[in-house]
Design a protein around this ligand. Sequence first.
Ligand code: ZN
Length: 351
Amino acid sequence: MPATPRIFDGHNDCLLRLPEESPAAAFLDGRDGHLDLPRAREGNFGGGMFALFVSPSPDTTPRERRRTETEDGFYLDPPPQLRPSYAQEVTEELLARFETVLDASDGQVRLVESVPEIRECFEEDVIASVLHFEGAEPIEPDLSNLESYYDSGLRSLGLVWSRPNQFASGVPFEFPGSPDTGPGLTDEGRALVRRCNELGIVVDLAHLNEQGFWDVTDCTTQPLVVSHGGVHNICPSTRNLTDEQLDAVADSGGLVGITFAVNAVRPDGKRETETTVETLADHFEYVADRVGVDHVAVGSDFDGAAVPDSIGDVAGLPRLFEELTDRGFDAEDRQKIASENWLRVLDQTWN
Ligand code: ZN
């Protein structure tokens, strides 16, 4: 097996999965869910975006929403919009959980805010973690608290999850379906994009609807980033990108982190984990063939989605790179997909 390059992964929900009572032990000793320190090392996972996500309400999970089966697929009722004050409360709890893990890791997991720091982590076999919000709900509409989150380490912000908020609208989960599901950015949303550009925070377009996507292309000065998504032409989920969107990402110098979420990977959109690594690799190959290998990267969604059994968990990442090798991606291509594309875009955005 060829050596797998160190991997920077654009999305995980690990912090949400860790138990409140003992988050640090669960991450450091591991063996639950998809991502923890021992298996990260096995899979050559060098780091990535660690997401804070606010569930629709304290006692419901996103999956408890009403699901309607259709002839060839399904749709989920969109969850309600959250109050910023509630989102801020939950975010504070998750930030504290994150800090507990960082502190207890004794230097094995590091909060990073620059690309040189990430490279240093790779060399020292330390996990580089970037603080990411999946959905801008905690941000006040007048952006008055954005800088304090920046000071806490926030370097990547998803405008939305799959629901509307004060800045933009996310796509409801639907298959098959177009990502063109509703209105674009609000005035506050445009102001948020511009302020993130100024501060040096990645604006993540995952979960955003198509009109919002085009609105961002009109007002951002930075490469377009979709931290976890797939190819609509392979799997026509509302969550995936059309060819025109892929072209726009490449034109901006940006990237798409390919999600491992089986319902966004499989051509039939089913939430079945019996999914081959070939099916997953098809998305990487499609993007590379259409717009070039500089614009495709990893965005697993470990601990946030059902992933293919053929990968299993973070320790299975090398299987993807074996498959890419078999398809003719050479060492330089694999290095780009594994981390260099992410590091290029982060360096440009953060500076
Ligand atoms: Zn997501």
